[in-house]
Unconditional design. Structure first.
Length: 94
């Protein structure tokens, strides 16, 4: 059974944003959702949902989206660093 990645969450009712900004924001959400499905990534699926929420609720959704993506990158870098440290330890012990 395939997981749902929030495709039903998109809403095109916006106030205070241009049509171009709105469509660009939802394009970002669709790209992230597509990546989540392609890589079977819960973290990316959650990011896509947060992007959708930001598009509907923020006066400057792109600032919020940039923050969400930066947070995701920081988290992934920390996880990669921890994995590298663990691998180095395991390699040393072998």
């Amino acid at each position: 059974e395939k997981a749902s990645y929030g495709s039903e969450e998109a809403s095109f009712v916006q106030t205070g944003l241009s049509t171009q900004s709105t469509s660009e924001g939802f394009a970002v959400m669709k790209i992230v959702r597509s990546l989540a499905q392609k890589h079977d990534s819960t973290a990316l699926a959650q990011l896509a949902q947060k992007v959708g929420v930001a598009m509907r609720s923020s006066a400057d959704p792109f600032e919020k989206i940039r923050g969400l993506i930066s947070d995701m990158i920081e988290k992934l870098e920390k996880e990669a660093e921890q994995d590298a440290t663990k691998k180095a330890y395991c390699d040393k012990e072998l």
